[in-house]
Design a protein around this ligand. Structure first.
Ligand SMILES: [Zn+2]
Length: 351
């Protein structure tokens, strides 16, 4: 449940573009149908019949159509932007979360998606020519209406209604900074405080700065302890960092946290002969977060972590906690993304 940032940078622009690809809903719908038919012919999409089903109905006048690469079935589907976002929000956040948290998630996902549209000055994913794909390692997670019906079972109608309310209730709304779409990164749980983007990813963004994330204590992923045998700890790290030279009998002398960022996340750690970043250690040991302590107890290594995910941008559990306290989606987004504005781009998407 976290965005990895796109490795592509969105092209900077001096003035809002004319959005040439975003047409009137009716011709766009026809064009989308023709495109999907053509793509289906070309690709032999295995579940083509599902294209015409609309378990999540959407008013025609509030959505552009985008091309989504289906990573599982290796084909491209054209679908209304807002319908696609229902599948993203449902995949990325528990549908039982507060409505205002779901709305904040919808805007983060919409903003992320529009940054992939060439018509919005963004860079498309490009797989089979699509705007965006369903591979979370590349773009963002997505669940089809059929997958959601199976996941939710008898609660499907209730949960899909909540998701629709969040997405359609914020249709067209995006988060901007200085008039440009933000990189709306998010993660599951901050562990009490989020992180500056430059401490995790390459670039510093003025709206991705560390803020408190209260109310997460006691939630599902706030604190976890992972225990390794000394042997497995040494083996995993020696495999990830061949120059470390760890010995399972000397771990207590060989492993030491050197520095932390102000948020508490580990900046650098000594492992044997080398120094690695906290994020590298998190990756090698598959830890929930880079905010960890390491303890050596009776031949085991206990790694206690706070939070889950990279820690940059919006904390989903923090957003839910804010919503429970009565904050609306605007307050949630403006808390986690410093200095942003919420704008409605619907007029630009549909004209
Ligand atoms: Zn992609």
């Amino acid at each position: 449940m976290e965005y990895r940032p796109s490795t592509r940078r969105v092209r900077r622009r001096a003035a809002p573009p004319a959005f040439p690809l975003l047409l009137h809903p009716l011709p766009l719908g026809l064009a989308a149908f023709a495109l999907s038919f053509f793509v289906l012919l070309l690709r032999g999409c295995a579940i083509a019949g599902q294209e015409t089903e609309e378990p999540l109905p959407i008013p025609e006048d509030i959505s552009a159509v985008i091309a989504v690469y289906d990573d599982e079935n290796d084909c491209v589907r054209s679908m209304p932007l807002e319908e696609y976002l229902c599948g993203v929000v449902a995949a990325e956040m528990p549908a039982s979360f507060e409505t205002e948290a779901l709305k904040a998630q919808a805007i983060a996902a919409r903003t992320f998606t529009l940054r992939h549209l060439a018509a919005c000055g963004g860079t498309p994913c490009g797989r089979l020519g699509a705007d965006i794909c369903t591979d979370s390692a590349c773009c963002q997670s997505y669940r089809s209406p059929e997958q959601l019906a199976e996941k939710w079972g008898t609660d499907a109608e209730y949960y899909s209604g909540r998701i629709r309310e969040a997405v359609y209730g914020t249709a067209g709304e995006v988060a901007t900074y200085d008039g440009e779409l933000i990189e709306a990164l998010y993660h599951s749980t901050a562990g009490g405080v989020t992180e500056n983007s430059e401490n995790v990813f390459a670039s510093a963004e003025p709206y991705l700065v560390s803020v408190a994330s209260p109310g997460e204590e006691g939630t599902a992923h706030y604190a976890e302890t992972t225990t390794f045998s000394s042997k497995s700890f040494a083996t995993k790290l020696n495999a990830a960092f061949p120059k470390a030279g760890l010995s399972e009998k000397k771990l207590e002398e060989q492993v030491r946290i050197i520095s932390r960022y102000a948020s508490g996340r580990v900046e650098s750690v000594q492992i044997g002969a080398i120094e690695v970043t906290g994020r590298q250690l998190r990756g090698a040991l598959d830890l929930p977060s880079a905010n960890f302590t390491i303890e050596f107890v009776d031949g085991d290594v206990r790694v206690a972590t706070l939070g889950y995910g990279h820690g940059v941008g919006m904390s989903q559990y923090g957003a839910n906690a804010m919503a429970k306290e009565g904050d609306d989606y605007r307050a949630i987004l403006q808390h986690y993304y410093t200095g942003i504005e919420i704008e409605n781009w619907n007029d630009r998407l549909i004209s």
